[in-house]
Design a protein around this ligand. Structure first.
Ligand SMILES: Cc1cc2nc3c(=O)[nH]c(=O)nc-3n(C[C@H](O)[C@H](O)[C@H](O)COP(=O)(O)OP(=O)(O)OC[C@H]3O[C@@H](n4cnc5c(N)ncnc54)[C@H](O)[C@@H]3O)c2cc1C
Length: 362
């Protein structure tokens, strides 16, 4: 058996680490010259989107022997709308670094590899690789690679603007903004890396032609809002923009001996555009199947369910005006409602669906 993994991102590396744990090695092809997501930013892993995974660090460590050290655990999440603010406390999730940061999750995964070789600077195509290998894991993080082979249903294409910012932050407190004025049908968020540095982002679907043209305007407003909310002047260090970021899912998780993992599978959940948990899980599941320890299609079923539930929630939230969003946020002041959203034994997605129901049913 000869396995190739195309892409040394979260999904590809989780696959490689799991293969090694079961006595197999893989050749990993990475088109950059070193490990790392294209953007040097912080990201959030939250149980909100994966109900059974309340503590992702513990879960990956105890269940799959994959050890990841986040930058911080999040104890409080603020939700801001045009005129309201509320917060939810508890174990909200973890912040971790991506990209070239030494402690990025992809670098941590690569350090857990012993035998598998990463071939850097190697832009691989499925067509070439599949000639030489018995098993191919497509992990390029890019749905277009999947689309060359099979159907990939696109739910939305998103635009991002973001930056590393400097200021005075509380490490385990995250801020989110839901305001159609500067993140139409999307959101803004601030994830601290430390007491002085954070990632600030807006992300929204590119539904209207002029929303992409107005991105700069939206972004400036986000920075202003963040400074206002946090009552300080936030300064920008390193900006980035992304357009046409596809969120969708493939039709078949596996075709022959090709496995579609991470974003090539459809690991990014449409509600908030988060996909780290699904990417790592899909990589692990593909490895388990290759090692004869499971059936990839079966193992992926909960990921498809998460995706579908999250898409329902996205469509619901997209229908809300700023005024309705104010009312939703206001309802979070009620401790019963807050409990419903953070109840550890309940699907938080379900909790949020209940919360949005009065505002979305006609
Ligand atoms: C700005 C932004 C913010 C985000 N924030 C969050 C968040 O807070 N929480 C969250 O859970 N998710 C977040 N996501 C989503 C998350 O980043 C992705 O779901 C996840 O990285 C997908 O993992 P992957 O392994 O599929 O792809 P990636 O991690 O992107 O890895 C793909 C790898 O394949 C390589 N590659 C590509 N093409 C080739 C090729 N042809 N040959 C060889 N190598 C190739 C790339 O260089 C890269 O190293 C965010 C995404 C973006 C863009």
């Amino acid at each position: 058996m000869k396995t190739a993994i195309i892409g040394a991102g979260l999904a590809g590396l989780s696959c490689a680490v799991t293969l090694e744990k079961h006595g197999h090695t893989a050749d990993i092809f990475e088109h950059q010259n070193e490990i790392g997501f294209r953007y040097e930013i912080a990201q959030l892993i939250t149980p909100i989107l994966h109900a059974p995974v309340n503590d992702s660090v513990k879960f990956f460590s105890e269940t799959y022997d994959i050890h990841l050290k986040p930058t911080s655990n999040v104890q409080k999440i603020y939700v801001h709308s045009e005129n309201e603010s509320a917060y939810v406390e508890g174990n909200i999730g973890f912040i971790n670094m991506r990209g070239e940061y030494e402690e990025s999750y992809e670098k941590q995964l690569a350090q857990q590899l012993v035998h598998s070789k990463i071939h850097y600077g190697n832009h691989a195509t499925h067509e070439d690789i599949s000639k030489e290998y018995t098993h191919v894991v497509l992990a390029t993080g890019d749905p277009q690679a999947t689309q060359q082979i099979q159907t990939y249903d696109i739910a939305l294409a998103s635009a991002f603007a973001g930056a590393i910012v400097k200021g005075d932050f509380v490490r385990n407190e995250v801020h989110t903004w839901f305001n159609n004025d500067f993140a139409p049908k999307g959101m803004g968020y601030l994830l601290p890396h430390s007491k002085t540095e954070a990632t600030l982002v807006i992300v929204y679907p590119q539904y209207e032609d002029d929303w992409l043209q107005k991105r700069n305007e939206f972004w400036k407003e986000m920075v202003k809002q963040a400074s206002r909310t946090l009552n300080q002047e936030i300064t920008i260090e390193k900006e980035f923009t992304i357009a046409d970021y596809m969120v969708g899912k493939c039709y078949y998780p596996r075709i022959g001996n090709t496995f579609f993992v991470g974003n090539c599978f459809g690991a990014t959940t449409p509600f908030l555009g988060f996909g780290q948990t699904g990417s790592i899980l899909s990589g692990i599941y593909a490895a388990q199947d290759i090692c004869g320890l499971g059936n990839y299609e079966e193992l992926c079923k909960p990921l498809y369910k998460d995706y579908d539930d999250s898409l329902v929630l996205r469509r619901a939230i997209e229908g809300l005006s700023n005024h309705q969003m104010d009312l939703v946020i206001k309802s979070l002041h009620n401790s019963m409602v807050r409990k419903m959203v953070t109840e550890p034994n309940m699907s938080v997605l379900k909790g949020l669906s209940h919360l949005l129901k009065p505002f979305t049913s006609k």
